[in-house]
Design a protein around this ligand. Structure first.
Ligand code: PEP
Ligand code: MN
Length: 264
C-alpha cells in the first residue's frame, strides 16, 4: 500500500509555502473554527502568528450537526482567509466538504482539510487525489486507524502523495470530554505509515482547560504538529466557541511546546 512503511521507509516531509510538515518538522495550525469576518480573522491571525503558529486555519464551509446552525461564509470566507494568510505570511488550510467544491476551494487554499464526517466520502477523496494540493485527513469519529489509512490510500492512489493524518478524537462511552483523544493512534500510525500525523486536541476534548495537556502529550508521543482552535471572543463565536483558546492561552501553550521540543 502507498501509505505503508514497507512502500516508503522514510518519513514523508510535506512542504507548503516553505513550511515543512513531518520528519521532525511540526505543523502548528491555529485559527478560528469558522471564518466570521475580515477584521476578526486578521486580528486572530496576527496573534497566532506572533505566538508561533505556522499555518492559519478557518472554515468557510462548515459541517454543522444542525442545519439551522451557521453554515459558513462560503467563497467570501475563502477570500478573507487567503487575505489573512497573505498578510501574515502563513499558508492556509480550510475544509472542503463536497467534490463539486474542490476547484473553488483550491483557488484559495494551500491545504485541503477533510473533516471527520467526510473521512469516508470516497468521491471527495478521489477528487482531491487528482489535485497536487496537500490534504489534511481527519480521522472519522468511529473509524479505526486502519480505516484512516485506507482513506489516505484513496487520495494517494490518484496521484496526490501529500496527505497529513489527524487524530481528532473518537466517540466512546466516556462523556467527560467531547470525544476521546486516542493518543496511541499517533505511534500506531507512525509504525504503519510514513505519512505525517498531527493531533487536534480542540475537537478531541472540547474543553479549553484540557487542550494544553493533550497538545503536549501529542508532541511527546511523536506527533508532527498540533491543530488548535483560537478565537479572541469565544462567547460570541459562531461555531465551537466553548472549545476555543484565547490568543494569550494559545501563546502560553506554544511556549510550553517549544520547551518540550527542546527537551526531546
Ligand atoms: C473543524 O476542524 O472545525 C471540524 C469541523 O473538525 P472535525 O471534522 O474534526 O469535527
Ligand atoms: Mn471546529
Amino acid at each position: 500500500k502507498l501509505a505503508s512503511r514497507e512502500f516508503h521507509r522514510e518519513d514523508t516531509v510535506i512542504t507548503v509555502k516553505g513550511v515543512k510538515i513531518g520528519g521532525g518538522h511540526l505543523a502548528m495550525i491555529a485559527g478560528p473554527c469558522a471564518i466570521e469576518g475580515e477584521s476578526l480573522l486578521m486580528e486572530i491571525a496576527g496573534k497566532v502568528k506572533e505566538a508561533g503558529a505556522n499555518i492559519l486555519r478557518g472554515g468557510a464551509f462548515k459541517p454543522r450537526t444542525s442545519p439551522y446552525s451557521f453554515q459558513g461564509l462560503g467563497e467570501e470566507g475563502l477570500r478573507i482567509l487567503r487575505a489573512a494568510g497573505d498578510t501574515y505570511g502563513m499558508p492556509v488550510i480550510t475544509e472542503v466538504m463536497d467534490p463539486r467544491q474542490v476547484d473553488l476551494v483550491e483557488r484559495y487554499t494551500d491545504i485541503f482539510q477533510v473533516g471527520a464526517r467526510n473521512m469516508q466520502n470516497f468521491d471527495l477523496l478521489k477528487e482531491l487525489g487528482k489535485t497536487r494540493t496537500p490534504v489534511l485527513l481527519k480521522r472519522g469519529m468511529s473509524a479505526t486507524v486502519k480505516d484512516l489509512l485506507m482513506s489516505a490510500e484513496y487520495v494517494l492512489s490518484q496521484g496526490n502523495r501529500e496527505v497529513i493524518l489527524c487524530e481528532r478524537g473518537i466517540r466512546t462511552f466516556e462523556d467527560s470530554t467531547r470525544n476521546t483523544m486516542d493518543l496511541s493512534s499517533i505511534p500506531v500510525a507512525k509504525g504503519w505509515s510514513h505519512l505525517p500525523i498531527i493531533a487536534d486536541p480542540s475537537h478531541a476534548t472540547g474543553k479549553p482547560d484540557l487542550i494544553p495537556a493533550m497538545a503536549r502529550a501529542a508532541v511527546a508521543a511523536g506527533g508532527d504538529g498540533v491543530h488548535v482552535e483560537v478565537h479572541s471572543c469565544p462567547e460570541k463565536a459562531l461555531s465551537d466557541g466553548p472549545q476555543a483558546l484565547l490568543p494569550e492561552q494559545y501563546a502560553r501553550l506554544m511556549e510550553d511546546l517549544r520547551q518540550l521540543a527542546e527537551l526531546m
